[in-house]
Design a protein around this ligand. Sequence first.
Ligand SMILES: Nc1ccn([C@@H]2O[C@H](COP(=O)(O)OP(=O)(O)OP(=O)(O)O)[C@@H](O)[C@H]2O)c(=O)n1
Ligand SMILES: C[C@](O)(CO)[C@H](O)COP(=O)(O)O
Length: 248
Amino acid sequence: MSDETRPHRTAAVIPAAGRGVRLGPGAPKALRALGGIPMLVHAVRAMARSRAVSLVVVVAPPDGADGVRLLLDEHALPDRTEIVVVPGGETRQESVRAGLGALPQDVTSVLIHDAARPLVPVDTVDSVVEAVRDGAPAVVPALPLADTVKEVEPGKPGEPEPVVATPERARLRAVQTPQGFDRATLVRAHEEIAVAGEGATDDAGMVERLGVTVVVVPGHEEAFKVTRPLDLVLAEAVLARRRATDAY
Ligand SMILES: Nc1ccn([C@@H]2O[C@H](COP(=O)(O)OP(=O)(O)OP(=O)(O)O)[C@@H](O)[C@H]2O)c(=O)n1
Ligand SMILES: C[C@](O)(CO)[C@H](O)COP(=O)(O)O
């Protein structure tokens, strides 16, 4: 079967194996409550809300896959979406690779979505899926920046850092997830691109290093990443507003 006639199947991989150090002490971030429900459950529901996504692979903390499976079984999730749980790794990149390894043969495109972005709207998910299905090998949702950004020469902790450049803000975008990929392209990036230390901060960056074009579609303010304590305050407020106005 040629690529044009092969049926599309889209899966989402949710890396959820991080500790959440910047959020402060407590359970792994993905398991912390947002509106009384673990952040991970919100993220799985956000992917499952897209009719294009028929499989979600959750990448759990390395020693927590059984616990995450039990937790997901306790919450209502759509029957039409298959959910698989695998253990993750020490870096985000290792965790994503573990998720990719769990995909069945028939999956043609993959979304990688942070558990830490629990409130991404379904329209954002669908616009990423659509761009991949239309032929883009790599797609990221993104927003223009409100702040001016400086490039600095990192110095010693506590010392002022010299500014080396001010990139033109109009050309910058803050990138979110889900990031969508042609499966073969993303797998190749994870096989060929080695990133030292903490690993790559996003998957699209690895695909860029292959020399493959990554395109941007509009992101959404509510797809923000819960990273620090103030983000959790904002997420609770957004969720409370949704619950008051939607059947959420
Ligand atoms: N070894 C890791 C590290 C991160 N992640 C996941 O990657 C996403 C984005 O990472 P981030 O927001 O940085 O989460 P943490 O690594 O948990 O945060 P921190 O850096 O504050 O510890 C999260 O859903 C996180 O669970 C992962 O699956 N495996
Ligand atoms: C993938 C990502 O969410 C895109 O903005 C981001 O790079 C993740 O970074 P983190 O430091 O691992 O949270």
